[in-house]
Design a protein around this ligand. Structure first.
Ligand SMILES: [Zn+2]
Length: 258
């Protein structure tokens, strides 16, 4: 039970990262502290840190309450978010490490959704917490960076080991897969995943985690070199080049309107 999913708000997820040996835990993003503290209390864990992925309120809205309720709790978040993470105690940069009991996580700078967006990667758990940058079959909106910045951030995540579990910030899977099928309808892995995700959601089950390997097979934003995606995009955008950033930007624009 090294990672525990705690649903938040309508479609957000917080995650408890647990060092089973010591019972110490950190929460990745928190909007609703009551649900997080309840999950911690039920299992007799000791919450010692918050790992904020980016400043948006649906990911950090619970920080101040946790700081008030849990004496000594550390609140990690990117220095590059420029002071917008509430109750921040431990600013981090790309390449830094964070500790949860004896577990060590690496901070990966993955800007574009926000300028200081980070992921936390725990190699020993084969687990990646990537907030609103990489979603199952999708990616975050490019709010503060440029398309090229997001492509670089996604490539950084895609270069992690194939069996890395992907824990993202929202349950957007079904809609993402529906969009993905419009640009790559011939992808069998995608069709299978869509059927699976619909079934999961019908049963009110989470579709997370995914894996890096699965994302490389099904996520259109990691598949800008797919001949089928390129052909479909060029059919409606005849002037489109083969530049992967340009393909990405067009896909993102289409998804924004989907
Ligand atoms: Zn966000």
């Amino acid at each position: 039970m090294s990672v525990i999913t705690v649903p938040q708000l309508t479609d957000n997820y917080a995650y408890l990262v647990v060092d089973d040996a010591s019972g110490k835990a950190a929460v990745v993003d928190c909007a609703e502290p009551a649900a997080v503290l309840d999950a911690v209390g039920k299992r007799g864990l000791k919450l010692e840190a918050v790992l904020s992925t980016h400043w948006h309120g649906d990911h950090t809205g619970g920080n101040s309450a946790l700081a008030a309720k849990v004496p000594g709790i550390k609140i990690y978040g990117a220095r590059a978010e420029g002071g917008r993470i509430p109750a921040l105690t431990d600013p981090v940069d790309d390449g830094d490490t964070v500790k949860v009991g004896n577990l060590v996580g690496r901070v990966l700078g993955i800007p574009a959704h926000t300028n200081g967006h980070v992921a936390y990667y725990f190699a020993s758990l084969k687990a990646l917490f990537c907030g609103d940058t990489l979603f199952v079959a999708g990616c975050g909106r490019v709010f503060e960076g440029r398309a090229a910045t997001m492509v670089a951030s996604l490539n950084k995540l895609a270069s992690l080991p194939d069996d890395t579990q992907v824990f993202c910030g929202h349950e957007y899977t079904e809609n993402n897969l529906r969009f993905a099928l419009t640009v790559e309808p011939g992808n069998d892995a995608l069709k299978k995943k869509y059927d699976w995700a619909r079934e999961r959601r019908r049963e009110k089950q989470s579709t997370i985690p995914s894996t890096i390997a699965e994302e490389k097979r099904t996520n259109p934003f990691l598949r800008t070199d797919s001949a089928e995606i390129r052909a479909n995009l060029k059919r409606v955008n005849p002037g489109l080049s083969d530049d992967s950033v340009e393909i990405f930007a067009k896909l993102r624009e289409m998804k924004d309107r989907f």
